[in-house]
Design a protein around this ligand. Sequence first.
Ligand SMILES: [Fe+2]
Length: 290
Amino acid sequence: MQVTRGGETLGATIEGLDLSRPFSPDEFDAVVRTLGERGVVRFPAQELTGRQLADFSARFGELEINVANAYQEPGIPEVMILSNMIENGRPVGLADAGQDWHTDMSYSGTIAFANVLYGIKIPSRGGRTLGATEFSNMHAAYEGLPAEMKRDLEGMTVLHDFNKFWEMMRREKGSRRPPLTEAQRKAKPPVSHPIFLTHPITRRRVLYANPGYAVRINELPQKESAQTLAYLFEHQLGPEYRYAFHWQEGDVLMWEDIGTIHNAVADYGPDEHRLIKRCQVMATRFHEEG
Ligand SMILES: [Fe+2]
């Protein structure tokens, strides 16, 4: 296998590794190391069944089974289908996943460690692929904070609410998602995590707050919390921390969720078909520390 680090703040390509087969502990360690150092790793030209995608992903931790069971791969609930395609009058997958800045599962007691996405159909226009996935580097965003802010916020916690992103999609993005029911909201109560975490691979500090789900810094008065979060949301999307991944069909893209935040760019139309299979790896094998 060959690892090529990109020249930007995040991103690497690993070639020569067939993800449909088991690989050695040394190869596994190299993938983990690259994931920690570069945040986002591309494995080009893969050919995987849903089962193989789930088996590869499950090496890194327990897989989450998404509540949206209409969009699961038949017989493999750990594999979720993201797509804007319609077949026989029915959506093939979830069409508007992740279309603003967030990190997955920060609203959950057990947070996400990584995502593994397999790009099967990628739309393109005029020779350029559409539907990029953008990332921002939370190791670098932490390091770039003013020293007094690192000191003052150390030990504080942030409240994350699943409903924040859901309602933003409904209000600002014209999503057809219905409001969460009382039962759904009860099933996903807001949870708190430390505002800075120690990353499980790098052992370095990261900023763990994101515009999608973070609603409150618990230890600050409401007004100061709102001002601080507004500052952090702007700071963490600084151009020096950003990286855009442009898909090619056959790519498997793996990213870690503790040291990055991401955004799915919705720059393609309903007739520009996109089909991606996704597994969500939870932070069970590799887990953060406060
Ligand atoms: Fe996401």
